[in-house]
Design a binder for this molecule. Sequence first.
Ligand code: HAM
Length: 403
Amino acid sequence: MSNIQSLRGMKDILDKNSELFTYFIDNASKIASRYGFSYLETPILEETALFKRSVGESSDIVGKEMYQFIDKGENDVCLRPEGTAGVVRMFVQNKLDRAGGTRKYFYHGPMFRYERPQKGRLREFHQFGCESFGESNVYEDANIILMISEILSFFKIEYNLQLNSLGCKECMPSYKENLVKHLEGLSLCSDCDRRVLTNPIRVLDCKNDSCQNELKDAPKITNSLCSICDTDFEKLKVILDKNNITYEVDSNLVRGLDYYTKTAFEFVSTNIGAQSAIAGGGRYDRLVEFLGGRETSAIGFAIGIERLLELIIKNETKEEVLYIGAMSEDAIDTVFTKVSQKRKELKVITDYKVRGFGKHLNNAQKLGATTVALVGENEIKDNTIWIKKLETKEEQTISLDEF
Ligand code: HAM
């Protein structure tokens, strides 16, 4: 009988990765709290209709990638493919749209998309996200972008920021009409043919080279914004400039979810291969209404935690890990005392087995130590400890007190 494996595109998070995972969550949460966001959890399983109405039936996420099933009570449900829809459902369900004022939430947890797994693309992955409700001022857009930039800088991650404005309910429909007119007669892929009918702006960010070639002369949304959207977009750029955030305007950036209006953005890394988006988000001023609530301005983002961890690991300078071992029975007590003292400063690995010199060195290497310290009969007699730095191979014997 073969052993049971985890499902394709789903991974256990353990050892180094789980340590970094909690390190990331702790620090990103602290930053989000400083920006006035409070922690929220919503269920992982929701009604399928929630995602159809928000993320949109034209999106690949809803059209092709949902983990959808009928539960024992005949409800059509699915594992959440993203976090925003559930937060907006919660917002409307709790009548927060009627309460007025601003509300800001952060969350993290697993998301599920039945995509073709590859490096950086999983079927179960984790997001850290923030959603801000009730603030229409473009300063909030800048605030969100500054917060993401602060989180990425905290973890020393370099990024490129791509920015666009998708317009509002006044200017987006006429742009879509113009675009559809332009698309007539172009030879596009079958996915784009479907998008023309469901959400034509999604054609703009098709990854297919021949579609991109056909789209060379397509009208640009940034040239079709109404005066309010245009003024806000210009203002956002000025605020970002003043705060030393560099960005690139990409008028083809429409994002893979249908709920965006006005500001849309993506943070992209050049260091992790094809799946380069590490965070994405934007304004979704109409979504509360689409889910049955009162019109409420909103903006948010999500960071892909697995992609970020890969970058953190790449940047990391090796953590100091000390291995202390006993080479004789009478050294165990000294080892125990020294381990307890050293653990106040750094990570220390040990056990209480007497081993020979070579075996200790092998063991230390296997466990990822950077320095090995050993105590045997001679060291106990002389009150010393033998130390070797594994990277430089430098060795020395020093007094136990000095150690
Ligand atoms: P999204 O761009 O679909 O946006 O996902 C956000 C981030 O999740 C991506 O930039 C990426 O880092 C990560 N991600 C997405 N799919 C995968 C995957 N299959 N494997 C690994 N990582 C992945 C949203 O989900 C929106 N809810 C963001 C948002 C919040 N917009 C407004 N508020």
